[in-house]
Design a protein around this ligand. Structure first.
Ligand SMILES: NC(=O)c1ccc[n+]([C@@H]2O[C@H](COP(=O)([O-])OP(=O)(O)OC[C@H]3O[C@@H](n4cnc5c(N)ncnc54)[C@H](OP(=O)(O)O)[C@@H]3O)[C@@H](O)[C@H]2O)c1
Length: 329
């Protein structure tokens, strides 16, 4: 009787959310199965996709995969991908997955910024994994660069345009002379702004991202409440005229550094930048971040900070990473 090496068991993935990001993740996993099997070292099986409305058809996703019971779906998975958004039930689903030692991938910046410390502690306690590259600047792989590529260096300062919607608005006013209120309205009509644009316009989305980056760079708490935030909601056409008179460009800049006692100082605020500043050159919905490192000097990353496929790119990278971590356990 001949013996066959047993085939590796599949990596079971539960996808919580089948909207803009979740839909793109599902289509990639289903459409490029061989690619993900090769990257993860075993087949990647999409167990199901949790949505609110299972009656609505989803492009490229068989209806048999849809469920409105995210809890039951997550229970059977090695990797739980949370792309539902909001604080609950996303928070409790992530918590439950970590408690049973699963790998969790999330794109939920507000949740990670508010509960990151606690969730990391839970992951460590239960031998689980928590991955959130997609939560910061979507397609731009800044988390991996800060956490891994620059691990042998010392990041001294982070500065970036980390919110594409507000950058789109500022660009429209600054470069095309569209009145500010009209630019906000246009950005809303084109889908650049959320239905409730407060988080973007008041700088809260950018604040969550800079808090996560700071904690990752320096390994110390960077509480969201301590980020000094001024959004763009109160800007007026006079502010743009002022920037133009100075030959500068008005941008919403997120930045963080450590002061001499090791505390993180982080802020989000509109600033007039010199036209030649690399951050001033970010057009439309583009994101750019500049990491200043002791040995490397300035390192800049530029790319799409939002979008279904773009965010899915980061989520899927984390799924592969999570799969490899699960195999090591
Ligand atoms: N969109 C981007 O460009 C982007 C970029 C970076 C990060 N993110 C983050 O990615 C996450 C997802 O964003 P998105 O744009 O994909 O959102 P979305 O289009 O609104 O999708 C959310 C999905 O979650 C499902 N859902 C929500 N609550 C649920 C519940 N209680 N039970 C079951 N399913 C539920 C929705 O079901 P229905 O479809 O039935 O409503 C929908 O499929 C958010 O945390 C967001 O901040 C998004």
């Amino acid at each position: 009787m001949s013996t066959h090496p047993s085939a590796p068991s599949p990596l079971r993935v539960a996808l919580l959310g089948g909207g803009t990001v979740g839909g793109a993740v599902a289509r990639a996993l289903l459409g490029r199965a061989d690619h993900y099997a090769q990257r993860a070292g075993r087949p990647v099986q999409l167990l199901g996709v949790a949505v609110r409305d299972t009656g609505r058809p989803r492009e490229g996703i068989p209806t048999t995969l849809l469920t409105d019971d995210p809890r039951a779906l997550a229970e059977g998975a090695d990797v739980v991908v949370e792309v539902m958004g909001g604080s609950e039930p996303a928070g409790e689903l992530i918590e439950a997955a970590l408690r049973r030692g699963a790998q969790v991938v999330t794109a939920n910046k507000q949740l990670v910024a508010r509960r990151g410390e606690e969730l990391h502690a839970l992951a460590a306690e239960h031998g689980a994994g928590l991955h959130y590259e997609a939560a910061v600047m979507a397609a731009v792989p800044v988390m991996a660069v800060v956490r891994e590529s620059l691990a042998g260096d010392e990041v001294t300062r982070i500065r970036g345009i980390v919110n594409g919607s507000t950058n789109y608005v500022l660009d429209l006013v600054g470069r095309e002379g569209v009145p500010f209120a009209d630019a906000v309205r246009q950005a809303g009509e084109l889908g650049y702004l959320e239905a409730d644009p407060t988080e973007d316009l008041q700088g809260l989305d950018a604040a969550a991202k800079i808090a996560i980056l700071a904690r990752t760079a320096w390994g110390v708490p960077a509480p969201l409440e301590e980020v000094e935030v001024t959004g763009i909601a109160d800007l007026t056409d006079a502010d743009f005229a002022d920037a133009a008179r100075q030959g500068g460009v008005l941008k919403l800049v997120a930045s963080a550094e450590r002061d001499t006692d090791g505390r993180v100082r982080a802020s989000v605020r509109p600033l007039i930048l010199p036209a030649e500043d690399p951050l001033a050159q970010a057009r439309g919905g583009t994101n750019v971040v500049e990491l200043e490192a002791a040995l490397a000097g300035p390192v800049r990353l530029v790319g799409a900070g939002a979008g279904g496929d773009q965010t899915a790119s980061a989520v899927l990278g984390d799924v592969v990473r999570a799969g490899l971590a699960a195999a090591r356990r």
